[in-house]
Design a protein around this ligand. Structure first.
Ligand code: CAA
Ligand code: NAD
Length: 283
């Protein structure tokens, strides 16, 4: 089967980035979210990104228009019938993902591959919600998707070689570098990154330093492009908390215990950039 049409479910920061790179690589894309208003917000952020590229002369105006033509909006799950590949990028909660995968399995053609952009959740468990675990796979993009070269690819226990090879080929077509890792909580990326972010939050919680100082230390001292708290705000503090909970539950080790300050911020609705407030304020 050749993959031509990709449906992206979830038009938040990751889903819209994934839809953008898929359309830029020549795929027909359907972008779906819970309602049309959210999808249109995603599409307008893609248009802004593309316009910036036109201004920087990295894209011509007519190339931009062709990319936009390949982007279709959907607010009904029935559209999954048209897709060869579905990439899910919704909230990082197992019960929400498995309930969606059950529906996708019922609606999609039996050949359709179901990929998840989960940051940390077991692919095998998501796949088990379907009757096609051999056609379910992890395709973990990094944020911001148009810029970051990596896609972690994670097989569930039953993922077939054919599906792995197709997803590896799609990843290369997106001009990204696939790296295969095994199905364990947080995979490689977030098993290493997120405890560092959590520790940075503990240093603020324990009064060791202010957020600005923690970020300066890591930027100037370790040459990180963003300090860990700026990065946490960028990722979304809700997503950071869900990932830490998955690591804590999956490994059962206290070293993965989410910082109480992270929990408090999420409870307050301080989710970082997307809500306008996290460790920093965004207007
Ligand atoms: N969307 C699309 N493009 C963006 C962007 C965004 N949100 N932010 C920046 N860019 C583009 C800019 O347009 C610019 O493109 P050109 O080179 O074509 O001009 C380029 O990125 C560099 O941007 P800037 O010069 O404005 O800013 P910068 O040099 O500070 O880079 C950054 C911005 C690339 C985001 C950089 O700060 C960075 O690499 N930060 C760390 C990102 C990171 O660690 N991501 C991984 C997060 S963890 C994850 O994703 C996994 C998970 O499961 C949580
Ligand atoms: P986000 O909050 O920006 O967007 C999530 C979107 O999913 C929202 O628009 C929401 O309306 C939609 N949604 C929720 N339930 C839905 C459903 N049942 N059907 C359709 N749409 C639904 O989140 P995000 O940062 O884009 O993260 C999405 C996924 O990508 C998560 O699994 C996250 O762990 C993963 N991820 C995030 C990052 C990051 O840096 N933020 C990086 C890699 C992977």
């Amino acid at each position: 089967m050749t993959i031509q049409k990709i449906m992206v479910i979830g038009a938040g920061q990751m889903g819209s980035g994934i839809a953008q790179v898929c359309a830029m690589a020549g795929f027909e894309v359907i972008l779906h979210d819970l309602n049309e208003e959210i999808v249109h917000k995603g599409i307008s952020s893609i248009k802004k990104q593309l316009q910036k590229q036109v201004e920087k002369e990295k894209l011509t105006n007519s190339e931009k228009e062709e990319i936009i033509q390949r982007l279709n909006v959907s607010s009904t799950l029935d559209d999954v019938k048209k897709a060869d590949l579905i990439i899910e990028a919704i909230i990082e909660k197992m019960e929400v993902k498995t309930s969606l995968f059950e529906k996708l399995d019922q609606l999609a053609s039996e050949k359709t591959i179901l990929a998840t952009n989960t940051s940390s959740l077991p692919i095998t468990e998501i796949a088990a919600a379907t009757a096609r675990p051999d056609r379910v796979i992890g395709m973990h993009f990094m944020n911001p998707v148009p810029v970051m070269k990596l896609v972690e690819i994670i097989r569930g226990l039953a993922t077939s070689d054919e599906v792995y090879e197709q997803i590896e080929a799609v990843t290369r077509k997106l001009n990204k570098t696939p790296v295969e890792v095994q199905d364990f909580p947080g995979f490689v990326s977030n098993r290493i990154l997120m405890p560092m972010i959590n520790e940075a939050i503990f240093t603020v919680y324990e009064g060791v330093a202010e957020p600005e100082a923690v970020d300066e230390v890591m930027k100037l001292g370790m040459n990180h492009p963003m300090g860990p708290l700026t990065l946490a705000d960028f990722i979304g503090l809700d997503t950071c908390l869900y990932i830490m909970e998955t690591l804590h539950e999956g490994f059962g080790d206290d070293k993965y215990r989410p910082c109480p300050l992270l929990r408090k911020y999420v409870k307050a609705g301080w989710l970082g950039r997307k809500s306008g407030r996290g460790f920093y304020q965004y207007s």
